[in-house]
Design a protein around this ligand. Sequence first.
Ligand SMILES: [Zn+2]
Length: 235
Amino acid sequence: MEQIVEWLTSSKHTVVLTGAGMSTESGLADFRSKSGWWQQIDPRTVATTEALTSNYALFQQFYAARIQALEDVKPHDGHFILANWQRRGLIQHIATQNVDGLHTLAGSDNVDELHGSIRSVRCQKCGQAAEMQHFLAKEACPCGGKLRPNVVLFGENLPQEAWNHTLSHMKAAQLVIVIGTSLEVYPVSQLPHMTNGKTVYINLESGQSHFDLTIEGKAGETLKIIDALLKHDTI
Ligand SMILES: [Zn+2]
């Protein structure tokens, strides 16, 4: 823990990359752990472009459930700590695989949502933005097209601008902190290899050997410990 505090205070360009494990302490299920979504349902049946086109009822049901589950979800201390570090200039960029918008709700700026956002919807056919209530009510776009959340489905490309922006930050980084992701999803899994800076991996389940430092623990709890050490350090 002292090591990451030392790197955080000396790095002039720090990038944070978060995944589903960042949101579990806010009460959201992740995808690939033992209690994750993909243990209960095959992602190919709901989170792909094929599901959207040929199994829309199940697709809509799955995303409507996840959108409704977000209603009472709030950012936790870890999200607020990262937003605070960003304001203090300790970190220069946050990128996330999460579609829940919790970093932004906690006050972080310019978060690159590499897998899109589940908080807005559009028409698959004409691309027009639509109201969430229409998607939840299983209504179609006025053009007849199917409504869908602005998440990146399996088989779709990542938002180009967010990807390029994050990539340039990775290349410039002196420190990259990866939090709460099993790094199994390409191409985000490649990002930590695209830096010459120090790399830190914080996750409940370890198993990543390419990092300079690995901390096994929950995202929020670990960030609170680091934040406390940081305060002690700067006094
Ligand atoms: Zn349309």
